[in-house]
Design a binder for this molecule. Structure first.
Ligand code: GLP
Length: 244
């Protein structure tokens, strides 16, 4: 298997390693396209990137960013939109140009049109130089949920019960979690020149094992990464505990 695996002691170390890998890309290619992700896992990585910027070690002025996904039906001002999350956790704290960050727009009701426009945008940028990914408890990446086929391009998905359950902690109740999302497709993600996937905690152990040590199947969307040429998995001991 071509996947490079770094096992870290804990979440803090994972966040430092991940930030160093992303920072190295920005140093080597100042006008790179960073593919970014939301969820709780990358928050520590973003904190470390902000610190590097504040210390004068990292310059985002030529960087472009694309994000994996967005809830359908949330305005960008909603504090649970991924647009809001990215501004809150990274964009507002570094010197990225205001017009250099792209996410699908969940407030656009015409799903087919918005997804096509987003796919074209990412393609026109040449896809991500490095795509950061978290992983869902069911092995989802972006919002590509387990299903019978790998869907190639940006599309609208119905979120599974397990994802709604997992994400309800950020909303007043499970009923308030949007039921759909716009997400990069598996092809959009696989077109990234390199992939950095993070997993932390016992909750992710099953997903890590199935994704990297099981068969490649759309029932475990992250398993497709076994076919990518340049994947780095940074995983803490708990998330790696079933792989020994
Ligand atoms: C969401 C996001 C994914 C993310 C996953 C795991 O569903 N769409 O991109 O990887 O949650 O999130 P967390 O890191 O909070 O466990």
């Amino acid at each position: 298997m071509a996947v490079k695996i770094y096992v870290t002691k804990n979440y803090d170390e994972l966040s430092k390693v991940a930030a160093n890998i992303l920072a190295a890309k920005v140093v080597l290619k100042p006008d790179c396209v960073l593919g970014l992700a939301t969820g709780s896992t990358p928050i520590g990585t973003y904190k470390n990137l902000i610190k590097k910027y504040e210390d004068g070690d990292l310059d985002f002025s030529k960087v472009t960013t694309v994000n994996l996904d967005e809830y359908r039906g949330l305005e960008r001002t909603h504090d649970q939109s991924y647009y809001y999350f990215m501004h809150d956790n990274l964009f507002d704290h570094v010197n990225l140009r205001k017009d250099a960050s792209f996410l699908p727009d969940g407030s656009k009701p015409d799903a087919a049109k918005e997804c096509e426009a987003y796919e074209e945008k990412v393609a026109s940028l040449g896809y991500a130089d490095i795509q950061l990914l978290g992983i869902g408890r069911n092995g989802h990446i972006g919002f590509n949920e387990p299903c019978d086929e790998f869907i190639q391009k940006t599309h609208c998905v119905d979120l599974t019960e397990s994802t709604i359950e997992a994400n309800k902690r950020f909303f007043a109740s499970a009923n308030d979690v949007p039921k759909q999302a716009y997400t990069m497709g598996i092809g959009t993600i696989m077109n990234a020149k390199s992939i950095l996937i993070l997993a932390s905690g016992k909750d992710k152990a099953e997903a890590v094992k199935n994704s990297f040590f099981g068969p490649v199947t759309p029932q475990v969307p992250a398993s497709i990464l076994q076919f990518h040429q340049d994947v780095t998995l940074v995983v803490d001991e708990e998330a790696y505990s079933l792989c020994k």
